[in-house]
Design a protein around this ligand. Structure first.
Ligand SMILES: [Zn+2]
Length: 257
């Protein structure tokens, strides 16, 4: 019941939007289970797209209220700061319960409406195998909703819209990438966005408890991974992705020459 009241409150006060610039249709919409997921796994790509002139957005499904450190209000402020660093046009939180991202009709309709409302061409979602169950559930939920959002007979407030493509980013576990984005120019700023989550990744006098992600080794591993994928692609830093559907190419020379 509390969640229903909270949802109504946030809906009418427009608080789910942490960032909201005026754009008609978004080019790229990145979904994450928790604020900071997108920054860690595909923040360099999102920033690169924004700097190339595309409109980008982040949709966080939860407020990460189960995190060992920090609280939802801190996370909210950190997410807003990080989103601005990544130059997203919009950042919204759907306020699903952390640890309880369920693929049910209510949640599907909310994700479908979010996709229809913003009309992205490309959706970024977590890869479907990961250490954290919320990441796996988000992957499945977003993948299904990208399809259902195109079906006319599923009715929500907005018109049907199906994104062209869903691309999957890696979180805790990685597999063989299908393609790697060169983020050499945006890597340092991506890490600035990650470090905006002080409650998660930085140990301070107030924040003394050691967690898996606030040890220096964790942020170092993010850098190591970017270097590893960069090495595979022949550049300094990279972010890796998978796709489920075959990629259509008109000109092999554009991609492989
Ligand atoms: Zn997460």
């Amino acid at each position: 019941m509390r969640r229903i009241y909270l949802t109504i409150f946030y809906y009418f006060t427009n608080l789910p939007y942490l960032i909201k610039k005026q754009v008609n249709n978004l080019d790229i919409l990145a979904f994450g289970a928790h604020p900071d997921d997108v920054e860690l796994s595909c923040g360099g790509t999102l920033l690169k797209l924004a700097e190339q002139g595309y409109s980008t957005a982040i949709i966080d499904l939860t407020r990460a209220e189960l995190s060992t450190q920090g609280n939802p209000e801190q996370r909210r402020q950190e997410a807003e700061t990080a989103g601005r660093i990544l130059k997203v046009a919009l950042r919204e939180n759907l306020m699903f319960p952390d640890g309880g991202i369920v693929n049910n009709e209510e949640n599907r309709l909310r994700v479908i409406e979010t996709i229809r409302k913003h009309k992205p061409q490309i959706v970024l979602a977590p890869f479907n195998q990961d250490r954290h169950p919320d990441h796996e559930h988000t992957s499945q939920l977003v993948r299904e909703c990208c399809f259902y959002a195109g079906l006319e007979k599923i009715q929500t407030r907005s018109e049907p819209h199906r994104p062209h493509t869903v691309l999957y980013y890696f979180q805790h576990w990685v597999e063989q990438p299908v393609f790697i984005v060169d983020i050499s120019d945006t890597f340092e700023t991506k890490m600035e966005a990650v470090r905006a989550y002080k409650s998660q990744f930085i140990r301070t006098e107030k924040n003394t408890k050691e967690t898996f992600i606030n040890r220096p080794e964790f942020l170092q591993s993010i850098k190591n991974r970017a270097e590893y994928f960069g090495y595979q692609a022949g550049v300094r830093y990279g972010e890796a992705f998978r796709v489920r559907l075959p990629i259509k190419l008109d000109n092999l020379m554009d991609i492989f020459a």
